[in-house]
Design a protein around this ligand. Structure first.
Ligand SMILES: Nc1ncnc2c1ncn2[C@@H]1O[C@H](COP(=O)(O)OP(=O)(O)OP(=O)(O)O)[C@@H](O)[C@H]1O
Length: 215
């Protein structure tokens, strides 16, 4: 199966942020989106995840297994800059909410909540309110959200910003395992994700009217 984006363009407000962006990602592969601040990386990721409307173009799956997927959005996990957790609820309550809310996509099973917390190295503190956790621990728990429900596509926006080296390595391991299970990852990042050689999409944004280049 492949995630295919064809000739995407998107606006924020009245501004065209990018156009003619196309890529394909096979199962088991990751694509890293790079580019300077403001070049449209986050916008692209949100468009692919179905969180922002696209101005033109298409996002679809093709190949074996794609028929079982109703919509691209239903097959995507999106980890944005914010953690999407309620501070007042415990970690277990937050993860339980997401597990039920997302459900599993066809062809996979999410981890149990304790197992997912263990996988991000925080098994002992799931009873605490999310707001009690340190910033790095909160980010780790947000990563556990990706594990409690199976979705083949992980869309990751600066996933390891502000994490320590151990957490970066832990997350690289999670992504590698996801790819091994037949997942797909699309990640915007300024720092290496520790995944080895990855395909890259370089976004330069518009410099004036029409000066964008895509590699
Ligand atoms: N809600 C909005 N309304 C209008 N313009 C916006 C809005 N959100 C973002 N933009 C603009 O869209 C452009 C692309 O923003 P985006 O967040 O996609 O960039 P980015 O490449 O992810 O940047 P960074 O590396 O800083 O995270 C920027 O010029 C930004 O100012």
């Amino acid at each position: 199966m492949r995630l295919v984006a064809e000739d995407l363009s998107a606006k924020r407000g009245e501004e065209l942020i990018f156009r003619d962006v196309s890529f394909e990602i096979e199962t088991g592969r990751a694509l890293v989106v790079k580019g300077p601040n403001g070049s449209g990386k986050s916008t692209l990721l949100r468009v692919v995840a179905g969180l922002l409307p696209r101005e033109s173009g298409k996002v679809r799956f093709s190949g074996e297994g794609s028929q079982e997927i109703e919509t691209v959005a239903s097959a995507c996990h999106y980890l944005g800059h914010r953690n999407a957790m309620k501070r007042e609820l415990t970690v277990v309550e937050n993860l339980r909410f997401w597990k039920v809310f997302f459900g599993d996509s066809a062809g996979g099973n999410g981890m149990g909540i304790e197992e997912a917390a263990d996988a991000v190295g925080l098994g002992g503190i799931v009873h605490l309110p999310f707001g009690y956790l340190s910033a790095g621990q909160q980010r780790r728990m947000a990563m556990a959200k990706l594990l409690v429900a199976w979705r083949p596509v992980w869309i990751l926006d600066e996933p390891t910003a502000a994490l320590d080296t151990a957490a970066e390595m832990m997350f690289a391991g999670l992504v590698k395992e996801h790819l091994k299970r037949g997942g797909i990852a699309l990640a915007a990042t300024h720092q290496p994700l520790g995944l080895g050689e990855m395909a890259e999409l370089h976004m330069t944004g518009f410099d004036g009217a029409m000066a964008e280049t895509w590699e």
